[in-house]
Ligand binder design. Sequence first.
Ligand SMILES: C[S@@+](CC[C@H](N)C(=O)[O-])C[C@H]1O[C@@H](n2cnc3c(N)ncnc32)[C@H](O)[C@@H]1O
Length: 268
Amino acid sequence: MGAHDSHRGDLGGFLREGGSTLFPEEIALLGDLDGKTLVHLQCNSGGDSLSLALLGAVVTGVDISDEAILYARRLSSETGITAEFVRADVYDWLRLTAREERRFDVVFSSYGIVCWLPDLEAWAGGIAAILIAGGRFVLVDFHPAAEMFDERWNRAHAYPFGGEPRVLREGVGDYVAESGAGLTPAGFVEGARDFENPHRSHLFGWGLGEVVTALAGAGLRIVALEEYPYSNGERPFDGMRELPGRRVVPPEAVPAVPLMYGISAEKT
Ligand SMILES: C[S@@+](CC[C@H](N)C(=O)[O-])C[C@H]1O[C@@H](n2cnc3c(N)ncnc32)[C@H](O)[C@@H]1O
């Protein structure tokens, strides 16, 4: 997280001046947030959480990373944008919150979420349990179909199914540096160089159908399931071209494939 955060520039100043780190896709799926209680699960360093607060939501951000939560709390006090940040495992926090009978209008999560989840049913059930009736869950994430390709667009891997465990021996890399301006709306700063992660990562491969089925099975009505043939901010493949608004598209010669998806679901 330290390496990622080292590239973010004056994010505090950017937010203080009313800037937003959010993309149009999640803003459209979330709809009006004014006065809504919102929990941002796996919120990372809090830039999106504070951008949601600027849209009028009363925000709680949850992440398992100490460094991410420390950065998020600092960003909140530096900007004066109010949000509560909790360092917790998402499953533990959902269980505890349901037991305490706390409820939210909106649950939100985005960009690199489902790959960290070993149990989709417990996750979806936990989200349903903390939403008010009529409350909404919004997820925007990278499409599992994109995982079938290597960096050079060769079809190299099977479509992910069943929470198949995957160990990333080299750990999570410095994808913020690799994405340049794509993930640093406040301006890219050189920051950490040649970052090597000493910690391996344990990831889980799920198909899109499994995500949707888990949410529906938890009593959430799917209102929208969008697929997008581009990536927001990140450049996972060779030859990606950046369009305005930090939208990154494949080279013209590559046939369209969904690179992200978005879900809006309602607690019935
Ligand atoms: C790729 S990031 C999400 C990006 C984020 N939306 C942003 O705005 O930067 C994934 C996050 O999930 C968090 N995470 C992974 N497993 C978790 C768990 N079991 N409980 C809570 N957070 C978790 C990581 O610490 C990381 O911050």
